[in-house]
Write a protein that binds this ligand. Structure first.
Ligand SMILES: [Cu+2]
Length: 131
């Protein structure tokens, strides 16, 4: 390859890199997807005192993004939209997510703040913020 062509090739690679960085960073700061753990030990009360039943909590994603809850605990949990006081609100419900790494995903198509909790352990509550 001639030196001139190598020079053009390098410029093309740099331009592609700049475009890729711009596209990747255009979601307003919030990642489009996120993973939340049903924390180890959360089946015993106490995690609510340190906001550690779900990790992280709250979780923020971009509109159209997906949250995946991974149950890394040794007990089954649910991820149910709503609150322990008012009950399920019908937006999403995992039913039982089994212990040992089972998971549940929900895609959020509308901006807003979504409260959720665990039907088995009602001290476990969390929030999804969709921007
Ligand atoms: Cu639970």
């Amino acid at each position: 390859m001639q030196p001139k062509k190598i020079g053009i090739g390098i410029v093309v690679i740099i331009v592609i890199g700049i475009i890729a960085a711009a596209v990747g960073g255009s979601s307003g700061g919030a990642p489009s997807n996120a993973v939340v753990n049903n924390a180890l030990g959360s089946s015993t009360p106490g995690c609510e005192d340190t906001n550690s039943c779900f990790d992280p909590n709250p979780v923020t994603i971009a509109m159209g993004g997906t949250v995946t809850w991974e149950n890394v605990d040794n007990a089954a949990h649910t991820v149910t939209s709503g609150s322990p006081a008012d009950g399920p609100d019908g937006v999403f419900d995992s039913s039982l997510i089994m212990a040992g790494g089972a998971s549940f995903s929900h895609t959020f198509d509308a901006a807003g703040t979504y409260d959720y909790f665990c039907m088995v352990h009602p001290w476990m509550s969390g929030v999804v913020i969709v921007r």
